[in-house]
Structures are given as structure tokens and as C-alpha cells.
Design a protein around this ligand. Structure first.
Ligand code: NAD
Ligand code: ZN
Length: 248
């Protein structure tokens, strides 16, 4: 295996040669901000796994339980601050002609850090959506147990504005992201396992259109097979080193 510094230097070289860079991020980029990924031990809530709660059937069966879990997560995200990986991507955006982040994360930390071109393909934890008329609205409450938000227009129960397991992606949003990926020379994939397959699919698509894929993750993942360059480090350290090499 090539050494880590070689991979960092190669990544810096590729980004220098690219006018257009895209970044795909998953839960791993927010791990150093204290937001648990679903897979680790700390990702469990009571005895439930995320897959058992983040799905439409669970919400129909017991909306209070599902909102209870989201309130627990809202409490964690409210305390979280962007880490050096989020901040490094802001600097990259400021220095490139063309830049985009497509994130699976719902925590809003990319925008809080200052990134502008952010596509939240799985929604946002601070938004809710009416189960009757589908109005989407900002909702920054962390509710007490048993309380749930209702639609400001029609009064019906609202659900988290998040893409759940078994639901389909917003096609317009996704085709915008794919259009950008097709024009990108370099794509960074940061902190995603590929267990939710979309990031791997997006990386494969970009690669088929000629992009170099750079995988940043302390562990091997489904992204590794697609990657041209793999950086086996935490996101904070790896992105900081890349940005330092590029701009400092
Ligand atoms: P995931 O499938 O994206 O896996 C997390 C990956 O991050 C793993 O491969 C792990 O090795 C890697 N990782 C852990 N620490 C890292 C670090 N410091 N730097 C870089 N990589 C690191 O995430 P998941 O938790 O299995 O979640 C599946 C779905 O739920 C995704 O849509 C995910 O984004 C979403 N989710 C979002 C948040 C959030 O908004 N912060 C949190 C949990 C889950
Ligand atoms: Zn409504």
C-alpha cells in the first residue's frame, strides 16, 4: 500500500489541475463534530437501530417514537460545530471556479461552516414536511417527549423532511448533482460507507465521465473499489493537509 503522504500529494496535484471539483460527503465528515454515524455503537438510540426508525412504516405505526429519536438527534446536532474538514471545503470553494458539495448528511454543518453550493440529497434535520399537503417548513424546536410539529398551513401532522430508507430521491435535485459530476475533473468522497448505495453510484458515474475519485475515510468501504486515490485518515486531518498544500 502506498504511504499516506503520497496519496495526499497526489490528491493535491489532481485538484490543482482541476477547474471543477465536486465533493460527496456522508456521516463520517461530521463524526469529529460529535455527530454519531449510524454504524458505530453511539449511533444507537435506546435499543433501536436507525433503519428501524427512519422508514415510513415506523412513522405510520408510531410517529411519537420516530419524533423522539429525531429530537434526540436534533439535540446532538444543535451542539455540533463544523470541524476542520467542513471548514477546509469552504476554503476550497473560495479558491475554485466551479465547486459543489452533494451531502447525505442532514445536520446542516456544511452551510453553517459557510459552504454555498450545497445539495442536501437526504434532506435536513431542521425542516419538517406536512403529511397531508407536503408543505416544507423550517422547524428548529427540540420537542419534549410526545410533542410533534404540525403544518402551519393545514394543521396536519408533520414528519421530518428527510429521505427515509425505502423512499425515492428527488429526481430534479439528483439530476442537477449528476450534471455537475459529469463536468467535474476531480471528485472527493468523504466519510461514507456506501451501505446507502447512492454515493457509490454517483462516484461511479463521475468516474465513467472521466473524473478522478479520491476516497477519504479511515477505513476501506464500498467507495474504495471505485477510487483512484484512497486516503486512510479521518476527514479533519486529511482535508486540512490537502487545503494546506493547495493554498498555504
Ligand atoms: P455512512 O454510511 O455514510 O458511514 C459512515 C462512514 O464514515 C464509515 O465508512 C466510517 O468509516 C467513516 N468515518 C467515521 N469517522 C470518520 C472520520 N472522522 N472521517 C472520515 N470518515 C469517517 O453513514 P451512516 O452513519 O451509516 O449513515 C447512513 C445514512 O444516514 C447516510 O445518509 C448518512 O449521511 C445519514 N446520517 C447522517 C448523519 C449526519 O447528518 N451527520 C449522521 C448519521 C447518519
Ligand atoms: Zn399541510
Amino acid at each position: 500500500m502506498r504511504c499516506f503522504m503520497e496519496a495526499i500529494d497526489e490528491a493535491i496535484g489532481r485538484i490543482k489541475d482541476s477547474q471543477s471539483v465536486a465533493v460527496i460527503t456522508g456521516a463520517g465528515i461530521s463524526q469529529e463534530s460529535g455527530v454519531p454515524t449510524f454504524r458505530g455503537e453511539e449511533g444507537l438510540w435506546k435499543t433501536y437501530r436507525a433503519e428501524d426508525l427512519a422508514n415510513p412504516a415506523a412513522f405510520q405505526r408510531d410517529p411519537q417514537l420516530v419524533w423522539g429519536w429525531y429530537n434526540w438527534r436534533r439535540g446532538i446536532v444543535a451542539e455540533a460545530r463544523p470541524n476542520p474538514a467542513h471548514l477546509g471545503l469552504v476554503e476550497m470553494e473560495e479558491n475554485l471556479d466551479s465547486f459543489m458539495i452533494a451531502t447525505q448528511n442532514v445536520d446542516g454543518l456544511h452551510r453553517l461552516a459557510g459552504s454555498k453550493e450545497v445539495h442536501e440529497i437526504h434532506g435536513n434535520i431542521w425542516k419538517a414536511r406536512c403529511t397531508a399537503c407536503e408543505t416544507v417548513f423550517d422547524d428548529r424546536e427540540v420537542y419534549e417527549d410526545g410533542q410533534m410539529p404540525h403544518c402551519p398551513k393545514c394543521g396536519a401532522l408533520a414528519r421530518p423532511h428527510i429521505l427515509w430508507f425505502g423512499e425515492t430521491y428527488d429526481q430534479e435535485l439528483l439530476s442537477g448533482v449528476m450534471g455537475f459530476l459529469a463536468r467535474s475533473r476531480t471528485v472527493l468522497v468523504i466519510g461514507t460507507s456506501g451501505m446507502v448505495y447512492m454515493p457509490v453510484h454517483l462516484a461511479e458515474y463521475a468516474k465513467s465521465r472521466g473524473a478522478t475519485i479520491i476516497d477519504i475515510n479511515p477505513e476501506d468501504s464500498a467507495v474504495t473499489d471505485v477510487a483512484t486515490i484512497s486516503i486512510r485518515k479521518k476527514a479533519g486531518e486529511a482535508v486540512s493537509m490537502i487545503v494546506k498544500g493547495l493554498y498555504h
